[in-house]
Unconditional design. Structure first.
Length: 434
């Protein structure tokens, strides 16, 4: 049955678009507008398309697919907006409305269902994925595959990304991970650590270092086994119902442990966790529980600063360092000062500010996989400013940004010492706990 205009207005959150006065403050901070120079690929252009749906001026919803698909969801427009437009909420609702009506091919539908419903939410599968990648590296299979040249023929440029994935943690080390780590010295806070799905599978070393740094700063750290994916990839891909289910699973799991904070180390995950109360605001059973959850959710940099920082941090080299902020930490979590405070606490650091540091790097979840060419145009702009700093260490706070900056280093063929590190990796080097 064809939806009524009122139904479309509700699904596309038409009422929220009324705050947009089409002023254009969002244009210079929107990466897709900067690189594509098309009004339909700007925040106000996308909002105007959604308005036209709500007013019955657009009836063919496929017109919205490309403009909304090509949005990174970085939400820099929200930070720049003088009238407080809730662009993120409008975008995710519109994407969900489109996905609900879109007829995917059977292979694509199968792939989406498998990844969103069976892989990302399943800790055992993600752990198995991490273990298999370790075997792929250590067995010699990786070298054998590379020698065939087949990596260059993989779809979605997956070969490019495979070459920059960090070394995997062995199954033995992974299985030895403690579920509870005591604070070193005076106990300052008790925290429950959010491991994430991608972080736990492919960046487990950063998770381990995070726990060690938290303990060193005076935190008791608990890792609960029944947590799951945050749901960010689901929400960004229009699978809002799945995202809500994952949010409920996490809330129920973390409610079982009394702690001061729920801590994460990934900007994208943290943004999603911080918005559970918005995601579940219309669910009477879960709304208050979601508020309690988000009130405790913190990025690791916030908690380390609350602890007074990490003692005796010493720059391991005289390298120039620059900081590439995570969009979702900046524009959603509003965590901007703490990472810089931690970096500046490192004795001997040569920290150089990057121009337009807050502009998205083009990673945006899996955007750089499904929209590779558009993502690389955005990355090329980012790398211009990165090279101007002369830095040989690029610090990030999100796994996607980390891989994207590694790819940028590779694309620009920067000198060998140049490297991209997660903030936690750099702090661990400075604390000599590697």
């Amino acid at each position: 049955m064809k939806p009524s205009l009122n139904d479309l207005k509700t699904e596309f959150q038409y009422d929220k678009t009324m705050k947009c006065v089409q002023c254009g403050y969002c244009l210079p901070v929107c990466p897709t507008y900067v690189t594509m120079r098309r009004e339909t690929h700007s925040p106000r252009g996308r909002i105007n398309l959604i308005k036209m749906v709500g007013e019955g001026k657009i009836t063919d919803l496929s017109i919205l697919e490309e403009p909304l698909d090509l949005c990174l969801g970085c939400r820099a427009c929200e930070t720049a907006c003088p009238t407080g437009v809730e662009y993120g909420s409008i975008l995710e609702s519109a994407r969900a409305a489109l996905v609900k009506r879109k007829k995917f091919s059977k292979p694509i539908r199968l792939l989406r269902n498998t990844m969103f419903k069976s892989v990302f939410p399943n800790r055992r599968i993600m752990k198995f994925t991490g273990n298999m990648f370790w075997f792929y590296e250590k067995s010699g299979l990786q070298n054998a595959v590379h020698s065939t040249g087949i990596m260059k023929k993989l779809p979605y440029h997956l070969g490019d990304f495979e070459s920059i994935v960090p070394p995997a943690v062995s199954p033995k080390v992974r299985n030895q991970s403690n579920m509870k780590v005591q604070a070193e010295g005076e106990l300052k806070y008790s925290i429950v650590f959010f491991t994430g799905c991608i972080m736990d599978a492919m960046f487990q070393r950063i998770n381990q270092l995070s726990i060690q740094l938290l303990a060193k700063a005076g935190c008791q750290v608990i890792v609960i086994p029944n947590q799951t994916c945050c749901g960010a990839l689901h929400a960004h891909s229009g699978e809002l119902d799945e995202a809500k289910q994952l949010a409920k699973r996490n809330i129920a799991a973390f409610e079982q442990v009394k702690a001061d904070f729920i801590v994460n180390n990934a900007g994208g995950c943290g943004a999603m966790l911080n918005e559970y109360h918005h995601l579940l605001k219309d669910d009477k059973e879960w709304a208050d529980r979601a508020k309690q959850f988000t009130s405790k959710s913190k990025d690791i940099s916030q908690v380390l600063v609350l602890c007074g920082g990490i003692p005796n941090l010493l720059s391991p080299t005289e390298e120039k360092v620059t900081y590439q902020p995570s969009c979702h930490m900046t524009n959603v979590q509003k965590v901007t000062n703490e990472p810089l405070m931690l970096l500046k606490s490192v004795i001997g650091i040569n920290l150089v500010e990057m121009k337009q540091a807050n502009m998205c790097c083009g990673s945006a979840g899996i955007y750089n996989v499904v929209h590779y060419d558009e993502s690389m145009e955005i990355l090329d702009e980012k790398m211009k400013h990165t090279k101007e700093t002369g830095a040989t260490v690029i610090i990030t706070t999100n796994p996607g940004c980390l891989l994207q900056m590694k790819l940028g280093i590779q694309r620009e063929d920067l000198p060998k010492p140049t490297r991209a590190l997660h903030l936690i990796e750099y702090l661990a080097e400075a604390a000599e706990i590697l």
